[in-house]
Design a binder for this molecule. Structure first.
Ligand code: PGA
Length: 253
C-alpha cells in the first residue's frame, strides 16, 4: 500500500442526518489530501447509502463496520458483503473488539466473514488486540498471534485481494490515551512477521498491511505514521467531528 490510510470508524454514534452532514464536511474539506492519503469513512449501516451519495467514490472510500459470512438467505438482521459491494463499499471492519466483547464474536466466525468479504472484493480490516488483563499477564503477543492464526486460517489471497490488520489494544480504545508509538511499532512488526509466516510471498507482494487503532488523535497520529511498519490508522472518537478529523488528516501529510 503506497499511501497511508486513515479510516474513520463512526460506530453507532451518529444519526443518518448527522452522518450525512459529517461526510459532506469531510469531503469538502479534504480535497487537497485526496492524492496524498487514502481516506475511508465507516458509517453505521443505516447511513451507508446516503453517505455514499456525499462522496465521490474515487476520492474518499466507503467502509462497513461488519458483514456476515453468507451472501444471502434467511439470516434476519445480517448484512451481506455482496450487497455492500453492490453499494460501492470498498472496506469492511471485521472482528472489532466491541463485537468480540458484546456479541461474543469468535475467531472462527471472523474467519468465515473474511473469506466471504474477499469473495466480493471487499478489503477486510481485521482487528486484533489484547485486553488489559492479558497484557498484565504478559500474554500480549501470544493473544495476537492466536487471533491472527485462527482468523486467517486457510485463507489465500488471490490476484486482487488485499488485507489490512489493525492492531487495536482493547484497553486503550476510547480511553483518550494511546500506547506509545514504539510499542505500536513493535507489535506491528510482530504482526507483519506473522503475516509473512501465514501468507509468504502474498504478504511480500504488499497485499497485506498493518495499521494502528486506539485513541488516535490529531496530536499523536504523526508519531504512529512515522513508523515504516504502520501503514495507517483506525480512528474512532476523533473522527466524529469534521474540524478535528480534517486537522488529523492534515497532520498525516
Ligand atoms: P478510538 O476508537 O479512536 O475512539 O479509541 C478506535 C476504534 O475502536 O477503532
Amino acid at each position: 500500500m503506497e499511501k497511508k490510510i486513515i479510516i474513520a470508524n463512526w460506530k453507532m454514534n451518529l444519526s443518518v442526518e448527522e452522518s450525512c452532514s459529517l461526510a459532506h464536511a469531510i469531503f469538502a474539506g479534504a480535497a487537497e489530501f485526496f492524492t496524498k492519503t487514502e481516506i475511508v469513512l465507516c458509517p453505521s449501516f443505516e447511513a451507508l447509502a446516503i453517505v455514499s451519495k456525499e462522496l465521490d467514490d474515487s476520492k474518499i472510500f466507503l467502509g462497513s463496520q461488519d458483514c456476515f459470512w453468507e451472501d444471502k438467505g434467511a439470516f434476519t438482521g445480517e448484512v451481506s458483503p455482496k450487497f455492500l459491494h453492490e453499494m460501492g463499499v470498498k472496506y469492511v471492519i471485521l472482528g472489532h473488539s466491541e463485537r468480540r466483547q458484546f456479541l461474543n464474536e469468535t475467531n472462527a466466525q471472523i474467519n468465515k466473514k473474511i473469506r466471504n468479504a474477499l469473495k466480493y472484493n471487499l478489503i477486510p480490516i481485521l482487528c486484533v488486540g489484547e485486553t488489559f488483563e492479558e497484557r498484565q499477564e504478559g500474554h500480549k503477543d501470544f493473544v495476537i498471534m492466536k487471533q491472527l492464526e485462527e482468523c486467517l486460517e486457510g485463507i489465500k489471497l488471490l490476484e486482487n485481494d488485499q488485507l489490512l490488520v489493525a492492531y487495536e489494544p482493547v484497553w486503550v480504545i476510547g480511553s483518550g490515551q494511546a500506547v506509545l508509538p514504539e510499542e505500536a511499532e513493535h507489535t506491528s512488526q510482530v504482526i507483519q512477521q506473522a503475516l509473512l509466516d501465514l501468507f509468504g510471498s502474498e504478504a511480500k507482494a504488499q497485499k497485506t498491511a498493518v495499521i494502528y487503532g486506539g485513541s488516535v488523535n490529531e496530536n499523536n497520529l504523526k508519531s504512529f505514521l512515522d513508523s515504516l511498519s504502520i501503514s495507517g490508522v483506525l480512528v474512532g472518537a476523533a473522527s466524529l467531528d469534521a474540524k478535528r478529523f480534517l486537522s488529523l488528516i492534515k497532520s498525516a501529510v
